[in-house]
Design a protein around this ligand. Sequence first.
Ligand code: GLY
Length: 340
Amino acid sequence: MSSNAPDPHVVSVDLGDRSYDVHVGAGVRSCLSSVVPTGARRAAVITQPNVGWHVESGLDQSVLEVPDGEEAKCLAVVERLCRDMSSAGFTRSDVIVAVGGGVVTDVAGFVAAVYHRGMRYVSVPTTLLGQVDAAIGGKTGVNLPEGKNLVGAFWQPHAVLCDTEVLATLPPREMRSGQGELAKYHFLGGDGLDALDLAQRIAAAVRIKADVVAADEREGGRRAILNYGHTLAHAIETAGRFDLRHGEAVAVGLVYAAEVAAAMGRIDDDRVAYHRRVVTGYGLPSRLPALLDDDELLALFGRDKKAVDGLTLVLDSARGVEPVTPVPEAVLRQALAAIR
Ligand code: GLY
């Protein structure tokens, strides 16, 4: 890669002929022209108005905007983008460049998966959450009124550019939300993350995710560990009455998962305390919002998409984090009491 960026970290997601590199570092967005796929003549840059970052693909490029907000993650926006691309004459040999947070990379990745039966895309995630999670691993898709991410495809990007420079202007809540996902990696083999600076930490998180995705691209099993802390987080988000961002809800969910694991004798009190230290070390919440009662939460756990054949939770142990089924209801309730 020729670029002005100082020594970016490069992490490979090893998926055979669909392998790709994730470049992490200050200024790596300026490397875009060197990672666009060979043979692409034009670039459709898909972004949101509030993103505000310009990228230069080195190709003839058109900017297509989707509306701000999570509501843009819907089929109507996918149709709009496909029609605009068709009117503008984009073909399968061109490239999409997704510039934005998780909404943009999920929608643009899905458009790339379905437009002309599939074209290449490069992601330039501009949020911490996007850089350590959403933009890596090829999960693309949109929400339906019936639930989140119900329509989508596994469609891997051609390259990902995680520019740490753009994080400097993220609103503090958005940064904290990303830190909730970052906190998760401390328990997925990222014990040494504390000692790293932000770019190194993002690269280390990406490396952990890349290894998991390479082992189980389509979430037949192991990839579920990337949902560590997410069962309670999704329940809190679905209840919808609380001003918690995704990563903040994940932070509470991580501590909850630790309490469940302790109640099942899988980990000891020191390990639970370590979960609390990591989460609070990022300035994230570790307690349940008041007014969410246990019965409502248990009902919401049952609706989580990982609830197959009884409730499955991703839980810690001396062997590491793994999906566990079933988790007794009494344990779920005991652990809820512990985080109130
Ligand atoms: N965000 C979880 C995954 O990519 O599998």
